[in-house]
Design a protein around this ligand. Structure first.
Ligand SMILES: Cc1cc2nc3c(=O)[nH]c(=O)nc-3n(C[C@H](O)[C@H](O)[C@H](O)COP(=O)(O)OP(=O)(O)OC[C@H]3O[C@@H](n4cnc5c(N)ncnc54)[C@H](O)[C@@H]3O)c2cc1C
Length: 453
């Protein structure tokens, strides 16, 4: 479709309304063969290419002026083989498409926490979520992938063919080809015991100390997260907290349901919340909990960092950031990671920073374009204030466009060189460059042999 088409504006829009860009052409593909034809056309016409999965990338990488947008949103079929615990999911699936197909079988692929996120971008960049501590990242579950390469050829990457490509797809982002079908391994899931509690900022230091104690000692079946935000007016939130910055702690238990209450309770024993909620959710309900808080079409700026620790001084700085939240829609999230994320040997995937203890994300979310600069400044300031405790590295899927942070910073020099060598082999002209880009290495074979990583 070209800019004169009636639905052009609907299809060029991405999740983050800050990015108002106009591609020359939007190709709504329905098969790998169509994706291949469009890639060949774009190459011959000398046009840049962007790839749209769920359109959630905060930096708006799925859309660019005067380019060809390959829109995968019509490619959302999922088939499940319950006995083999496998799903085959097309490259344009949203997380909710995958969950809808797998959860009736009591199975799920670990993925993100908002069900309208695209599987493509999330899985290729890593994929943190509720099940990450229990089972690992989404990219750890990619067993194989059908990939349309930059030259238009279609290959299947697996452990036995194009294995170096498969390695790069597990965390290296959309640099190496367009994935039209993922083969994913699935995990058993059951009801989830979920408890949340809310604290006024005056009690946040004590609550954060309790969180650290709990989270760092928790078994892999538990996942505890925290968020600073302006308290909403939901029934369970005490009236005196509503409309004010507050800390919310949540623990979810993925083990045997009978042990759930005993497992989540201690998070709240040391420091009692002002209000709270305990319930048992189906996995699909859990996955949909975050769906309304960050809808399509608003304005967003997200910065994030890994933290090495959450001691009293770190907690004070986090509370300082919360006091400065400007927009009632903004949020600061943090979570203790580790668990099964660290079980995968470092060299088995392109994903870096497996050992990072904490993730901390300052998500500015607002409506008025006049607030763009102030909101982005709050997010940047929040991350800078924690500089002393930064663990190093960055999660590629949360990188906002900033010249200061290149792909080498994300992956580290050794891993970046191996990725650059794979890029050289599969996309030597860097046709797929609207992503957190990995530039093709000049000397592929030498790089791979030298680094081994
Ligand atoms: C509300 C919200 C919640 C989020 N929650 C989480 C979370 O819980 N855990 C987490 O890890 N991340 C989370 N993220 C970040 C998310 O992983 C990234 O935004 C990711 O880029 C989303 O993928 P997408 O397909 O929707 O992105 P798009 O914007 O469509 O694409 C982004 C880039 O991904 C690549 N890409 C996408 N699909 C393909 C494909 N099939 N083949 C090749 N390349 C492709 C392309 O390079 C493209 O430029 C969240 C983001 C948002 C906005």
């Amino acid at each position: 479709m070209t800019p004169v088409a009636a639905s052009y504006d609907d299809h060029r829009r991405v999740w983050n309304a800050v990015h108002d860009r106009r591609p020359a052409l939007i190709a709504r593909c329905v098969s790998a063969v169509e994706v291949s034809s469009v890639l060949r056309y774009a190459r011959s016409a000398g046009l840049a290419v962007t790839v749209r999965g769920g359109g959630h990338n905060v930096a708006g990488k799925a859309v660019s002026d005067d380019s060809v947008m390959i829109d995968l949103s019509l490619m959302r079929d999922v088939s499940v083989d319950p006995s083999a615990r496998l799903a085959r999911a097309q490259g344009g699936c949203l997380l909710r498409d995958l969950d809808a197909a797998t959860t009736p079988h009591g199975l799920a692929c670990p993925a993100g926490v908002v069900s309208h996120t695209g599987l493509g971008g999330l899985a290729l960049g890593g994929g943190y979520g509720w099940l990450a501590r229990r089972w690992g990242l989404t990219c750890d579950h990619i067993l194989a992938a059908e990939v349309v390469l930059a030259d238009g050829s279609i290959v299947e990457a697996s452990d036995s063919a194009h294995s170096e490509l498969l390695w790069a797809l597990r965390g290296g982002g959309g640099n190496f080809g367009i994935v039209t079908r993922f083969t994913l391994s699935l995990r058993p899931i059951g009801p989830v015991v979920h408890r949340t509690g809310i604290y006024p900022l005056d009690d946040a230091a004590g609550a954060l100390a309790a969180y650290r104690e709990f989270a760092e000692g928790q078994p892999a079946d538990l996942h505890a997260v925290g968020a600073f935000k302006i308290a909403s007016d939901q029934d369970w939130i005490p009236a005196q907290l509503r409309g004010r910055p507050a800390l919310q702690l949540t623990a979810a238990w993925f083990g045997d349901r009978r042990g759930g209450e005993r497992a989540v309770g201690p998070l709240f024993d040391e420091c009692a919340p002002a209000g709270g909620l305990e319930r048992v959710l189906s996995f699909a309900e859990l996955q949909a909990l975050g769906d309304h808080s960050e809808p399509h079409g608003r304005r967003y700026f997200t910065k994030s960092c890994y933290l090495g620790e959450l001691g009293p001084a770190t907690a004070d700085a986090m509370i300082g950031n919360a006091e400065e939240i400007r927009s009632p829609l903004s949020c600061v999230d943090f979570e203790y990671l580790r668990g099964a994320i660290t079980d995968v040997p470092d060299e088995e995937s392109a994903f870096p920073a497996r050992g990072a203890p904490y993730m901390y994300t300052a998500s500015a979310h607002w409506i008025d374009p006049n607030d763009d600069d102030e909101e982005a400044a709050w997010s940047r300031r929040s991350i800078a204030r924690l500089a002393e405790w930064h663990y190093g590295g960055s999660y590629v899927n949360y990188v906002q466009d900033e010249p200061a942070l290149g792909s080498v910073d994300v992956y580290g020099a050794g891993r970046y060189r191996r990725l650059a060598a794979v890029k050289r082999r599969y996309d030597p002209d860097n046709l797929l460059r609207h992503n957190q880009n990995i530039a093709p290495a000049p000397e592929t074979r030498t790089m791979i042999e030298e680094d081994g990583l």
